[in-house]
Design a protein around this ligand. Structure first.
Ligand code: CDP
Length: 783
């Protein structure tokens, strides 16, 4: 039962979501809902080839077509020095192709017309002559010496993008040399896509009379987008206003700047009219930032009883044609070095090599704190392989290796300082709640009858909240976040934050934090995000960073206001400030029972009855630079049954016990967990973006790239432990991505566990029924 929004002390309570009335009634306002007078529409012409030289582009017929106002090609952009834009990963990316195309569906020309249909029709009239070139889709082949060089713009004549490593090579190798047990596994995390319900899109509205560009864009990071746009276009930053209206899902997809955005801005600048560009579903999946695509080899050195010693990971990261990963600057492979996970490895060596192929660019953090999902999947998968090799139950193996609660703050061998955790407690709760012992007994009975039932565990650690500005920046912009709170005379609050939610419920949860700190109700607090003209500067919402960063800013900003409020309260109570006591709801005077004032009384006084010499008003701004990241964790358990005839896997039960420190709103956290588990389930069982040898994308829409419906989705059971972050102002850690990070391994571990009697040690995702059926058939289980 949700708490009413008018109640006081709302932190930690299930306050009903303030944003839902408008979403449930279909009254959200997304970019495509915005209609401006005189608006034009843009459509992008895309390459049918994955690798081809462009011999000529003839736009003359398209320019004559009805309603067409402008056609833009790469050559036009070259003349404006806008043919290439920087990516967030220190690479550069073509806006509209010049010279050659590097992946199928690459943007080649933009047509702007009075209607969208006219733009689409005219696009068919653009005549482009291509000369096909050899295609490389396999990143291992791309590294071979005779592979065609894809990126002719680079000085380095190879398809190798970067090498990155963390950990101590010599110490790790020493432990491997002497280890009694070594397990090794090749594990692929396939190419997937965030595929938000609302695809990418924008309206660029340049007003020639004021010189101001208003850019409505479905963005997770409006401030950063404005800065990048200013740097790329040369427009003064204060003359750009980015408005990110309601965002229909982001999941990392709406962090990068895409070619369509730049083309729409150029078109509006040239035409002096608003230009709208909205992607189709296929455009979204085939050309905007994909996620994962990591080919990982993992080795664990251990004692005979399964106690781990060292970890060695080598990864080939397929970045497609441009390295457009959304990673902080110093981390070309994101935070992948968290791969030692929840376990007390003595040493580790993690290496990643980025590679170019003829595929769409990306490497975005799909509901993931920059490659943490790949890391968690890998370690949780291979810990199970180790458990089987040494003959120890996977739950017991984990317990033997956990970083113990008294070891926090824990310094990992790859350099992270984990803030807090209690892994044993979380796993113990999960095992008890799921009835692990009973399930293992049931499994033994079923195995004896030739049935295939599996139990999969994942006890992952996350790293979220980028970040401390000493280590984290994106394109040089330090990663902090911000809040600005103003209490108006009647005690009502408008608070603006530098992040931008996409359905996570910030309008409720940030109101809860602020209301808690100020003795108000959530109903008293209006949260606004997403307008760069109004909100304080911040790096945006992705990587579960909002609560660790902007959540901290909101609390500290409110406390800053409370400090001033205390002075005003002293004036109203006619006592010294040192005699004023705050009890969470009102200020009272020590030794004067019955004499108290609320924040509303104080707010009114801030505009009407101030102490002598005090600045009027009651507002503050806070830029919060967190001292460290936060490290949420969880224990997930999946129980599956396999149909011997079809290979279909039924997820009978799934329990997620999460620990995200102090919980702001349990209902919203549960909702985050449900959503993330559904995505994790889809990744484990349904989703992949494969390519044929010619670079044709074989899953360019929701017919081939499957999205789970309510019918496919299992029932989720959730629970929680609470280990507050010692450095966060309210002890909260992020949670939004934990279920996506932690669940794939639980699903796969369960399926592999079911098939273990056949000697199966690993199956790459997605586990389609046919893969399981093939295994059953190879082992003579089915015909
Ligand atoms: O950055 P993003 O909002 O995607 O992720 P988050 O910080 O993990 O927050 C997701 C949602 O869960 C927000 O509404 C948070 O305020 C809420 N949350 C919470 O209620 N308690 C926590 N400890 C963490 C997040």
């Amino acid at each position: 039962m949700a708490l009413h929004q008018t109640e006081l002390r709302p932190l930690g309570k299930c306050v009903g979501r303030k944003e839902d009335p408008r979403f449930i009634r279909g009254k959200g306002r997304y970019v495509d809902d915005i209609m401006l007078p005189g608006m034009l529409y843009m459509y992008l012409v895309r390459s049918p080839y994955a690798h081809a030289r462009i011999k000529s582009i003839d736009t003359s017929a398209a320019l004559q077509a009805p309603g067409v106002k402008l056609v833009i090609t790469g050559e036009d952009l070259e003349a404006m020095n806008l043919a290439w834009i920087p990516t967030m990963a220190n690479d550069q990316q073509m806006v509209l192709a010049t010279g050659k195309v590097l992946y199928q569906y690459q943007e080649v020309a933009a047509v702007i017309a009075e209607t969208r249909e006219q733009a689409v029709d005219a696009a068919q009239l653009i005549d482009i002559e291509y000369e096909p070139l050899p295609v490389v889709v396999d990143p291992f082949k791309a590294l071979e010496p005779d592979a065609p060089i894809l990126r002719e713009d680079r000085e380095k004549k190879s398809n190798h993008v970067f090498h990155w490593e963390a950990g101590d090579r010599e110490a790790t190798e020493e432990l491997f040399r002497n280890a009694p047990v070594v397990v090794k596994k090749d594990v692929r995390f396939q190419r997937v896509h965030p595929a938000p319900l609302e695809p990418c899109g924008c309206i660029a509205d340049y007003n020639p009379s004021t010189g101001k560009l208003t850019w409505y864009v479905t963005s997770q990071a409006p401030h950063a987008h404005r800065t990048v746009l200013a740097m790329v276009s040369g427009l003064p930053e204060h003359q750009i206003r980015v408005i990110s209206p309601d965002v229909g899902g982001g999941f990392g997809n709406k962090v990068p700047i895409y070619p369509g955005y730049v083309a729409a801005v150029v078109a509006s600048l040239k035409l002096g009219k608003p230009v709208k560009w909205i992607e189709t579903r296929t455009e979204n999946i085939t050309s905007t930032g994909f996620a994962r695509d990591y080919h990982m080899t993992c080795e664990i050195a251990a004692e005979e009883d399964g106690r781990v010693l060292a970890l060695r990971v080598k990864t080939i990261a397929d970045h497609g044609a441009f390295d457009a990963a959304a990673d902080p600057s110093k981390f070309p492979a994101g935070l992948f070095s968290i791969v030692t996970g929840s376990y007390d490895f003595k040493e580790a060596l993690v290496e990643v090599d980025g590679v170019y192929t003829n595929k769409a660019p990306g490497g975005v953090a799909y509901r993931c704190s920059f490659r943490v999902t790949e890391a968690a999947y890998l370690i949780e998968r291979v810990m199970d392989v180790l458990a089987r090799r040494v003959g120890v139950d996977p739950a017991e193996l984990r317990k033997r290796n956990f970083i113990r609660k008294e070891q926090f703050p824990y310094k990992s061998p790859t350099g992270w300082t984990y803030d807090s955790g209690d892994y044993e407690k979380t796993l113990a709760l999960a095992l008890e709640k799921i009835g692990y012992e009973e399930l293992r007994k049931e499994q033994a009975e079923k195995r004896a009858r030739g049935e295939f039932m599996g139990i999969g565990i994942s006890t992952f650690t996350e790293v979220v909240g980028a970040g401390p500005s000493h280590t984290f920046d994106i394109m040089g912009i330090k990663m902090f976040d911000s809040a600005q709170i103003r209490i108006h005379p009647t005690g009502k609050v408008i608070a603006r934050l530098g992040v931008r939610h996409q359905g996570q419920g910030h309008e409720t949860t940030f109101a809860q934090i602020i209301a808690e700190e100020l003795g108000l109700s959530t109903d008293d607090v209006l949260i606004e995000e997403g307008d760069t003209d109004n909100a304080p500067y911040g790096l945006g919402t992705y990587a579960s960073r909002s609560t660790p960063t902007a959540g901290g800013a909101a609390a500290l900003c409110a406390r800053r206001i409370r400090d001033k409020a205390k002075k005003i309260a002293a004036h109203l109570l006619e006592v010294g400030e040192e005699d004023v006591v705050w009890d969470g709801v009102s200020f009272s005077a020590k030794g004067l029972p019955g004499k108290s004032v609320t924040m509303k009384d104080v707010a009114f006084a801030a505009y009407t009855n101030l102490p002598e010499g005090m600045e009027p008003g009651l507002e503050a701004t806070y830029y919060y630079d967190p001292p460290n990241l936060t490290f949420p964790h969880g224990a997930y358990i999946a129980v599956v049954d396999i149909d011997k005839g079809t290979g279909a896997v039924k997820v009978r039960r799934f329990l997620a016990v999460d620990d995200c420190g102090t919980v702001i709103n349990p209902m919203i956290v549960d909702g985050q967990v449900h959503g993330g588990l559904t995505e994790g389930f889809a990744i484990a069982f349904m989703q992949d973006i494969p390519f044929d040898d010619e670079g044709n994308c074989l899953a360019p829409n929701w017919m081939d790239y499957l999205v789970p419906t309510a019918l496919d989705t299992p029932h989720w059971e959730t629970d929680r432990t609470v280990t507050p972050s010692p450095h966060h102002p309210i002890g909260a850690k992020g949670v939004g991505e934990s279920p996506n990070v932690g669940s794939p391994a639980a699903f796969v571990n369960a399926v592999v566990d079911a098939l273990a009697p056949l000697g199966v040690e690993h199956i790459d995702m997605p586990i389609f029924p046919w893969k399981v059926w093939q295994i059953l058939r190879e082992h003579g289980v089915t015909e």
